[in-house]
Design a protein around this ligand. Structure first.
Ligand code: NAD
Length: 291
């Protein structure tokens, strides 16, 4: 590293709070070095109320770009100059590219990463019927990207908790701005008849809730009898690496059973490509930092 840093080295960064646990600096610095890119990546702990200050500082320092994690994703979307269509619809961004003239464009790569991970596992969402569980940050990014990428139908299910209204807003926004989306709706996940019918008629079930994530590792997001062999199953949860849902999907011989760690890798790879125009050495990064 000390031999790489010089007077021209471009800075890339992560902001959020906390960021100390983040694997991003290791992932990006390894990739910069591997590809011979004169850049370095650091993480900065920035509380929500300091988001604007951090962004102004980045403008002054002419950083190449930065990633954003919780709790600063929505605030950043309001502060940058432009947003990608997906970031505009989601109302949040996790990646900002800074042009030479200081113009900042916000992107959201969570949905891109999720869909790329599906592709890596042989699952294509184009023209497919999806059941999406969840209406929080990850679920919103996935709903928007799936709609933009040509899914035929999206049935969203969530508990009637504080996240439900966000799901209703997402449905309305997608209906209004993505005319190719044939059918999208939201229902209460506790309506088991509607949930069962939707899963029975769908190609892909996605869990984008906290169910299955430690300490909820013994919680299945849907009754196991709703899974069927024609169904591909995907989880965004990556802690534990193999969730109970993915384990059951494998045991039952579902068409595919895709865990969440690949989404984490590919959302980073998509950001790396936006920053550098180059492909991240994803296979090596996965082996070194994600296994
Ligand atoms: P969030 O707080 O924005 O949303 C939480 C969602 O979970 C809501 O839909 C909420 O209603 C639901 N929920 C909460 N408790 C629940 C319970 N006990 N049973 C059922 N549903 C429950 O969170 P988020 O940022 O969207 O993250 C959700 C999950 O996705 C987390 O496990 C997170 O680690 C994971 N995630 C993974 C990636 C990745 O790259 N693989 C990226 C982002 C988030």
């Amino acid at each position: 590293m000390e031999r790489r840093i010089n007077g021209h080295t471009r800075l890339y960064a992560l902001i959020g709070s906390p960021v100390g646990h983040s694997g991003s600096p290791a992932m990006y610095n390894y990739s910069f070095e591997k590809l011979g890119i004169d850049a370095a990546y650091l993480a900065f702990d920035i509380p929500l109320e300091k988001t604007k200050d951090a962004i102004e500082a980045f403008r002054t320092l002419n950083v190449g770009g930065f990633n954003i994690t919780m709790p600063n994703k929505t605030a950043t979307a309001r502060l940058v100059d432009r947003l990608s269509p997906a970031a505009e619809l989601v109302g949040a961004c996790n990646t900002v590219v800074v042009e030479e003239d200081g113009t900042m464009t916000g992107h959201i790569t969570d949905g891109i990463g999720f869909i790329r991970n599906l592709k890596e596992h042989g699952v294509d969402i184009k023209g497919k019927k999806l059941v999406l569980l969840g209406t929080g940050g990850a679920a919103t990014a996935i709903a928007v990207q799936a709609a933009l990428d040509g899914a035929a139908e999206i049935a969203i299910f969530n508990r009637k908790d504080e996240f439900y209204a966000n799901g209703e807003r997402t449905v309305e926004k997608i209906k209004k701005t993505v005319p190719s989306m044939k059918k999208i709706y939201i229902e209460d996940i506790d309506d088991e008849r509607k949930l069962g019918d939707a899963i029975a008629g769908s190609d892909l079930l996605i869990n984008a809730t906290r169910a299955g994530m430690s300490p909820l590792e013994n919680v299945l997001p849907v009754p196991v009898e709703f899974l069927h062999k024609e169904l591909a199953v995907a989880d965004v949860v990556y802690n534990p690496r193999e969730t109970l849902l993915i384990k059951k999907a494998k045991e039952l011989g579902c068409k595919a059973a895709v865990g969440g760690i690949g989404m984490l890798l590919w959302q980073g790879a998509a950001a790396f490509e936006l920053f550098t125009g180059k492909e991240m050495p994803a296979q090596e990064v996965m082996e070194l930092f994600f296994s």
